[in-house]
Design a protein around this ligand. Structure first.
Ligand SMILES: [Zn+2]
Length: 160
């Protein structure tokens, strides 16, 4: 079951602020993705307050994700640290007096998450076993260019 991540705006009138201190899971945030897996204990701290006609959430987010290595498919651990991240909302959009911020929070986290990674700090050991194949591919391409005798064929056709 998802946690109810809500801010009650009425409590923030008169310049009050409210502390945010949550420990969440990927499920709470609906952070389920085929590529990117989030470890439990996504830590969220910060505060919410009203500035002019906006609700402001000032957050620190700390999470650990893993993603499959681009080359060998092994899990690569990725720490995700967002310091001093802001989520703001126009108060006129929050007439219910309640702000559920799970969607905005998820978006903030995903914006900071890579969509691919390579293990061993970017030098996957399997890269060396793949590289000879990549080079061969390149050579093939060059060869075919050498054996392409119709380079000026188009021009000849046009000249007719
Ligand atoms: Zn790898």
């Amino acid at each position: 079951m998802s946690k109810d991540l809500v801010i009650y705006i009425e409590r923030l009138r008169e310049g009050e602020s409210t502390e945010i201190d949550e420990v969440l899971s990927a499920t709470d945030l609906e952070l389920e993705d085929d590529q990117l897996h989030f470890m439990p204990d996504i830590k969220l701290t910060g505060s919410a307050y009203i500035a002019e006609d906006h609700l402001v959430l000032n957050l620190d987010i700390s999470a650990n994700a893993s993603i499959a290595c681009n080359v060998c498919n092994a899990d690569v651990k990725i720490p995700i640290e967002l310091k001093n991240t802001y989520i703001t909302k126009d108060l006129s959009e929050l007439r219910s007096g309640v702000f559920r911020y799970v969607d905005d929070l998820r978006e903030s986290i995903l914006l900071e998450s890579p969509s691919f990674a390579e293990c061993n700090n970017g030098s996957c050991p399997e890269r060396t076993t793949i590289e000879p194949f990549l080079k061969k591919e390149d050579r093939k391409k060059e060869d075919s260019e050498v054996y392409f005798p119709f380079d000026d064929l188009d021009e000849k056709m046009e000249a007719k």
